[in-house]
Design a protein around this ligand. Sequence first.
Ligand SMILES: Nc1nc2c(c(=O)[nH]1)N[C@H]1C(S)=C(S)[C@@H](COP(=O)(O)OP(=O)(O)OC[C@H]3O[C@@H](n4cnc5c(=O)[nH]c(N)nc54)[C@H](O)[C@@H]3O)O[C@H]1N2
Ligand SMILES: Nc1nc2c(c(=O)[nH]1)N[C@H]1C(S)=C(S)[C@@H](COP(=O)(O)OP(=O)(O)OC[C@H]3O[C@@H](n4cnc5c(=O)[nH]c(N)nc54)[C@H](O)[C@@H]3O)O[C@H]1N2
Ligand code: SF4
Ligand SMILES: [Mo]
Length: 733
Amino acid sequence: MATREVVYSTCKSCHGGCGVKVTKEDGVVVHIEGNPDSLTNGTMCSKGLSSIQHLDNPYRIKYPMKQVGPKGEGKWERISWDEALDTIEAKMKAAIEEFGPHTIAISQGTGRGYNRYTHRLARSIGTANVISPGYVCHSPRLGLYGLVTGYGRLYCDYHGWGGEFPKTQIMWAKQLEISSADSEMCTWYMKSLDYCKNLIIIDPRASAYATRATLWIQPRPGTDCALAMGMMNVIMEEELWDKEFVDNWTFGFEELRERVKDYTPEKVSEICWIPKEHVIDAARMWAVDTPGTIQVGSSLERQANCGHTLRAITCLMGLAGNIEAPGSMVSWVLPETGLIEDFFLDLPLTDEMKSHIIGIDKFKMGAARTCNPDTMVKAINAGEAPIKVWFSVGGQQIVHMANTKEVVAAIKKVEFMVHVDLFMGPMAEAADIVLPAAHWLELDDVYDMHPRFMIEAHNKVVDPPGEAKSDAWIFNEVGKRIAPDLWFEDVEKCLDHQVRKGGLTWKEFSKNLVSGCWGKDQVYYKYKTDYWRVGGGFPTPTGKFEFVSKHLESLGYDPLPQFCEPGESPYSTPEIYKEFPLVMSSGFRQPFYFLSQYRNIPWLRSFMEFPMAQMHPDTAALYGVEDGDIVWIESPRGRIRQKLRTFPGIKKGMLMATANCFYPEEPAAGFHGLFISNPNVLTSNEHLDPMYGSPDLTCLLCKVYKATDEELKEEVFHTEEYGNVPTGGQQNI
Ligand SMILES: Nc1nc2c(c(=O)[nH]1)N[C@H]1C(S)=C(S)[C@@H](COP(=O)(O)OP(=O)(O)OC[C@H]3O[C@@H](n4cnc5c(=O)[nH]c(N)nc54)[C@H](O)[C@@H]3O)O[C@H]1N2
Ligand SMILES: Nc1nc2c(c(=O)[nH]1)N[C@H]1C(S)=C(S)[C@@H](COP(=O)(O)OP(=O)(O)OC[C@H]3O[C@@H](n4cnc5c(=O)[nH]c(N)nc54)[C@H](O)[C@@H]3O)O[C@H]1N2
Ligand code: SF4
Ligand SMILES: [Mo]
């Protein structure tokens, strides 16, 4: 008789958070489903459900390995953990001794629940050069929400806990039904739509819910700031703002009113290529049918005007009084365990560390705590060698940063690089040592959900393959070797430390699965109570919701929002536009992939063999390309191929490309097909947001033409059938 056991845990095959019930039989995972008793009510998506195919996947890294040939040629030799850790320790100590701790960079990918370890490791070493995609994803949002309200973590209240659901919902450059745990879980959003009067979708491309939208606005990519300014103009002209909130709780209203005067619906219509009625209608719905929420998407943060865009959108929230009211934008009461970031905030960020942050002289918001990655790439390529040791955990900087050619050149120049991952991919191929990471089904850890009203437990279900180890174990071992006093005897003690403020041990917390504050225990209208300040108010310098930011002004920035054209656009670079006549954006997540991940998972790959680009059928006809063609997409920086899908739901005159692409099955030489389809071959790292240092990944110019049959014989495109992808690939020894 087989022994069956059920283990409850938390999925993180994306940013994570769905409660799961996992069945194993004789030590092997045989079934995964959602846990109906969790806050996500038993819902899961294809990525989480495919997790069994992640466990015994042929691309898994099973042992520590060192590169024995030139970087990117895939010549690996298995080594022991001792050798790997001894080498890392020796290289780090040598860099600290000779050049200073700031020459060590610690990097991570998008949030996978280990951010706090990355920062703790960095601070315990004495460096603030943490590299993360935060500057194109979430940091601008949190920073600017924080600047205006004093509290960065503003979320959409879809729950009805305060007795109201949002009446007007804006999905702004966001498809929450697909990207889910990027902010609120989509299951909460979908339920809240039953109570929603106006769903406004602001997206040049019809996302899945555009058909149920009350109003769907299609701005030219990169112009959303102008739209937000235009909506404020209408609200001011028609006197629709929330008088009680504005009079009592805001700072700088008159200055904002003056600033938005220029942004008439007519002018905004010209900038954004939309009907002026859309600006007016959206403004009225937003200001009149309250409460309301704005779900912001990261397409707005992958742009060199992201600071102003996010500020303008935050001001829009305040004008309508959609702050802290039930069914509006709220900051949640934290779990008793406190901010999970305390794990690194406990260690001070010293002035010495700050002074060495790469980019801090220019990007005073974005590089205040972490490195500006594009500045780092440029410095390395200029021969400045600011980084001697790069310790990379689970990010594909080589895929996800602007201007792939320059990123590859820079990464190849780094003297010593370590990459920690579950699977072989381009970043691993660029490293000197790779370390095998455990999957979430193979480890114990605390998981901090984005909405911050709860933390959850990953409970180990099975052993990792080979000698793979949890990220927590790896961070702890490396940390102990460099700063023994700041790390822990073992992972359990480290986890005990993280939940201690809740009066719990890890073992107790792991049984409970979740700890937090939801439902009736939430507090609304905090600014009317002593919650942030005695006598009421916001935790900002003025105690008010700040339309005008004196802090920004003191850093040398405009204290009010304003629209700026993208670095490359029909208006800012008309000469380039003549040769590259399409406005391009890249992004639009697919439900079955997570950024560059899961093209090695047979079931998920079967949904979309090649990365897809979308164009309107009329625009495609204009440039002589058809649905189903493999097309070249070219910008002034290079060209890539994707499969064209014509789609009447996309704005004319533009192209949308799938982002974050490489082909795991392609050879290591060439970094697994990194240059074949990845839109960052096309993006520029020249124009960066002055506050955050973010490049224009979602607004640039391109042209399109069909690839010839001869060109299709090369590389991935030689085969028709891509459903049954990986049986071979990079094998471990
Ligand atoms: N042109 C363009 N560029 C973009 C974007 C875009 O839309 N367009 N999007 C941007 C955004 S928003 C982001 S966030 C970045 C994405 O940037 P990344 O986070 O770098 O994206 P991924 O490709 O998912 O790389 C994550 C890596 O971590 C590994 N991994 C997953 N889970 C774990 C784990 O638990 N432990 C360890 N050790 N490794 C793990 C995966 O196998 C994978 O190799 O890309 C950015 N770049
Ligand atoms: N299944 C799945 N889920 C994911 C991810 C994934 O890869 N797969 N990635 C995760 C990550 S790291 C992130 S940051 C989030 C991102 O999640 P989202 O923010 O939802 O990101 P996207 O789907 O890239 O873009 C959302 C929409 O923005 C539109 N868009 C593009 N450019 C512009 C523009 O200039 N203006 C406007 N108004 N709209 C524009 C696109 O058409 C798209 O429909 O998703 C997370 N969740
Ligand atoms: S949405 Fe994310 S956490 Fe939920 S099942 Fe899918 S991958 Fe897992
Ligand atoms: Mo992201």
